[in-house]
Design a protein around this ligand. Structure first.
Ligand SMILES: Nc1ncnc2c1ncn2[C@@H]1O[C@H](COP(=O)(O)OP(=O)(O)OP(=O)(O)O)[C@@H](O)[C@H]1O
Ligand SMILES: [Mg+2]
Length: 384
């Protein structure tokens, strides 16, 4: 059986001269850039969309190496791939779409998706490349990431806002201590040389208290500053210890007993530390909120970190609040779902999206103490 469009080996056949002008017209009508190259990577055809995309006229580009259309690094990679494919018939060059940095005639560059097919002509093997300008797609992706970072930032500010009363109270303490010691120093100065040691001690106290207030503010700033997402190998224990002072303030201000148990020798995780801290604070805040009607002596919030059987680091936060009630059950991870008068309903939606993006899971169960246990996992990082 012979199919006029197929060579004996099943590959498409290039058109002969009589069909060439129709073929050119079709190529020029294509929306994507189409470039045909030979075995050596020399350009044989260059359609109109390619002319527009790269700024070369077809006459000046014919016979030139395809590598001219890419930055050097990608061109080298491309040549290697073509060589490998020619020798072995295998490789990534044909069939799969790849991303390269393409170069225009004026040396400006743009991200491009390139997919290559192979055809057999009377003159030898031909490759046909479809090239797509990915600038708009990349910009949209970056814009989406920026939006996400902005949303995460806004949510951290909200969390801090909710904790503001407790934090203000906490900073007020060292400040009033400083005022008291300062007044004492002024009185001691009247007593002359004999009061020197007391004055030194009071100044030491003032320094310590100022340091304490500064640390609280520093932690808040680290947590709330606007930043781009960034992953590193981190210890869950250290991440939690960093935010613990803030969480404790919030707990204490709401008469909640916060207990933390972290298993020893946990493996590190590859995460954006501030985002994970944000999840932990969101869950702790929800736990505190859930216990407003719990008798004070029963307000226990417990945070546990352990390794699961399948090597995931699991963080669990249990409260003795109301538990997740029927009305909340279906909606609590949906953005803007809230049962609180002043809630925004973003805490859990954001937390779940952060954990999912890190390859983990976030969920909850109502616990036997009548409250809720929210837990999330993070895959342990394989240490290099
Ligand atoms: N520990 C919990 N116990 C009981 N219900 C909870 C608990 N955590 C969350 N919920 C329910 O899930 C809803 C959504 O929680 P989420 O954290 O997303 O928003 P929120 O706390 O209402 O507002 P915010 O955006 O300020 O966090 C809550 O309004 C509440 O009804
Ligand atoms: Mg919340």
């Amino acid at each position: 059986m012979s199919d006029p469009g197929q060579a004996g080996n099943g590959q498409p056949v290039m058109p002969d001269a009589s069909e060439a002008s129709e073929f050119d017209a079709l190529l020029d009508a294509a929306v994507d850039a189409v470039v045909v190259i030979d075995d050596e990577g020399r350009i044989l055809r260059f359609n109109r969309a390619a002319e527009t995309m790269f700024g070369y006229a077809v006459a000046e580009i014919l016979g030139q190496p395809l590598a001219m259309l890419m930055i050097n690094e990608d061109a080298r990679g491309h040549r290697r791939q073509v060589e490998r494919y020619k020798q072995t018939g295998r490789g990534h060059i044909v069939g799969k779409a790849r991303e390269v940095i393409a170069r225009r005639r004026d040396n400006s560059t743009f991200p491009a998706g390139i997919s290559v097919g192979e055809a057999q002509s009377a003159h030898g093997r031909r490759f046909v490349g479809l090239i797509r300008d990915l600038t708009a797609q990349k910009e949209a992706e970056e814009e989406a990431l920026r939006h996400r970072d902005q949303m995460l930032h806004a949510s951290r500010l909200t969390t801090m806002g909710e904790m503001a009363a407790a934090i203000a109270h906490e900073i007020n303490q060292p400040l009033s201590a400083i005022a008291t010691y300062t007044a004492a120093c002024q009185r001691l100065l009247d007593r002359g040389a004999e009061a020197r040691d007391d004055i030194v001690a009071a100044l030491h106290e003032i320094g310590g208290q100022a340091h304490r207030a500064g640390q609280i503010i520093q932690r808040m700033r680290n947590f709330t500053r606007s930043r781009e997402s960034m992953r590193r190998l981190l210890s869950v224990e250290e991440m939690i210890e960093e935010i613990l002072p803030l969480a404790e303030l919030d707990a204490r201000a709401n008469r909640v007993d916060l207990r933390v148990v972290i298993a020893p020798s946990l493996p590190p995780v590859n995460v954006d530390g501030v985002q994970i801290q944000q999840v932990v604070l969101n869950l702790l805040r929800n736990g505190v909120d859930a216990m407003v009607d719990t008798p004070e002596e029963q307000r226990l919030l417990s945070l546990q970190v352990a390794l699961t059987d399948d090597s995931q680091v699991q963080v669990e936060i249990s409260d003795r609040g109301t538990g997740v009630g029927k009305p909340a059950r279906d909606g609590l991870f949906t953005p803007f779902f809230t049962t609180k008068a002043t809630g925004m309903g973003m805490g859990l939606a954001i937390s779940r999206s952060i954990i999912t993006a890190h390859g983990g899971k976030l969920d909850y169960i109502n616990n036997t103490a009548g409250g809720a246990t929210f837990y999330f996992t993070l895959p342990a990082a394989l240490e290099a």
